[in-house]
Design a protein around this ligand. Sequence first.
Ligand code: ADP
Length: 241
Amino acid sequence: MTMTISHLIRRFGPVEVLRGIDLEVRKGELIALLGPSGSGKTTLLKIIAGLDWPDAGGLAVNGQDWLARKAQERRTGFVFQHYALFPHMKVADNVAFGLTVLPRAQRPSAAKIRARVEELLHFLQIAQLADRYPGELSGGQRQRVALGRALAIDPEILLLDEPFGALDAQVRRDLRRWLREVHDATGTTTIFVTHDQEEAFELADRVVIMGAGRIEQIGHADEIYDHPATPFVARFLGLTV
Ligand code: ADP
């Protein structure tokens, strides 16, 4: 899918949290939204997912109005930093969940769901965890399972909000590499929110730098480091101007 975000505005009371966001997300691309806390990254993801609504502006997917679709009709996959897996369900059932709650007409048979989950767990290198409960897993394993759950429905777009934020540095690095492999194999259009520069620049095809509700710069690591577009970007990246 190609997503075109045009002049999106979101206010909470008198505060403009998104102040005119324009962004084109290309098919199969992995985009990182990078910016300090409070810059509006999560709000933008929520609007894409249908969990929040803009006050003005548009969002089109493959040329069609995306905002007119209900959240359930948007086929988005979501992973949050603290996105709790269902504690009373085994890993395999957690991953199957999104498929079991699809409307009847779209829901695969129980046998097909089992096969899909098995294939996905294998692909994500967590097949050995299928019968465990979330409470028996490490933080990194839980986020792998959460990604499995998000991918099970074959989402049109995958939205990741600081998914590795609570994990220690080494696990983060391993998961980053793993996520990049998973992305390259599935080609799912992905938006990854982070406030960690290293993570954003290593992982993403393009980095979108946000500050105070605006996009300050969009580009590849080299472009942004060599030519920071604004004093904000230079300061945020710790570059001297
Ligand atoms: P980020 O993800 O970059 O940390 P957020 O999108 O979470 O930023 O928040 C941007 C700003 O919007 C923050 O100042 C936050 O306090 C405010 N905000 C977010 N959600 C709400 C809400 N539901 N009501 C009021 N203010 C909100």
